[in-house]
Design a protein around this ligand. Structure first.
Ligand code: HEM
Length: 223
């Protein structure tokens, strides 16, 4: 069967995907340490080790990277002309027929539906859930941050974060929500990777290649 290449993901979208993957990886490793200090440096008389501070520093660097990437991705989704394929995927959510076809496909009971955009409806809804979690983890992260850093960004955001902190039930609850959201994000990751591999193997359209090169294969010459 002849295959045609089709441009799917812009460079900005691909770069932000992998930067976000890196940020989330660093945040999970350092976040686990902040929640439960699992390594301790060898004892020293000099006060120079500051391992906890170093872990927190990398957590915050990755945290601000995650926030920046999320804002930029949101901007691309709404504004970017090349991200049209992402936006138009929303139309398939409104079509119950596509939902049924997609579920049947995952149960090995039918063919993959013809999609209008880059994502199938189940995938799109999962991404909306991911964004909800990313916003929550960023917001709770910023609340924790403003309590440790009172100048610069921390100082500028302090007055805005305090009412949200109160609405969430206080700082201890904020920390709890931040931690639980991490588990939500951690559940998303293996499912996301499994689905990407599943679609790549079953669909034979190079869907995993497209998040690296930008191009996928299309069995028809429709563009
Ligand atoms: C995928 C994203 C993230 C994950 C998985 C994550 C995970 C965690 C975890 C598990 C903790 C420890 C909470 C506890 O004590 O139980 C923590 C603390 C913290 N996080 Fe995050 N976090 C994320 C994003 C962010 C973001 C975007 C920021 C904002 C800059 C941030 C700032 C903080 C701060 C300031 C603390 C408190 C550090 C301390 O207690 O000294 N986090 N994070």
């Amino acid at each position: 069967m002849k295959r045609y290449t089709e441009f799917e993901f812009s460079a900005g979208l691909r770069w932000t995907h992998w930067l976000r993957a890196l940020a989330i990886f660093v945040l999970i490793v350092t976040g686990f340490y902040l929640a439960y200090v699992f390594i301790v440096p060898a004892a020293s008389d000099e006060p120079v080790l500051f391992l906890n501070a170093k872990f927190r520093m990398w957590h915050e660097i990755a945290g601000f990277l995650l926030i920046a990437v999320t804002i930029f991705k949101g901007y691309l989704f709404i504004i970017d002309r090349q991200s049209y394929k992402e936006r138009i995927a929303f139309m398939d959510i409104l079509n119950p027929k596509v939902w049924f076809q997609q579920i049947k496909y995952y149960l090995f009971m039918g063919k993959h539906p013809e999609l209008r955009g880059a994502y199938n409806p189940l995938q799109f809804v999962a991404y909306i859930g991911l964004y909800a979690m990313l916003i929550l983890v960023s917001l709770t992260g910023l609340i924790l941050y403003v309590h440790a850093y009172h100048s610069g960004v921390g100082g500028a955001l302090y007055d805005y974060m305090r009412p949200i902190e109160a609405m969430m039930g206080g700082l201890a609850m904020v920390r709890e929500i931040h931690h639980i959201t991490m588990w939500g994000i951690m559940l998303f990751i293996p499912v996301h990777i499994y689905m990407a591999i599943f679609n790549s193997i079953m669909g034979k359209e190079g869907s995993m290649d497209s998040i690296i090169s930008g191009y996928r294969y299309n069995k028809s010459n429709k563009h």
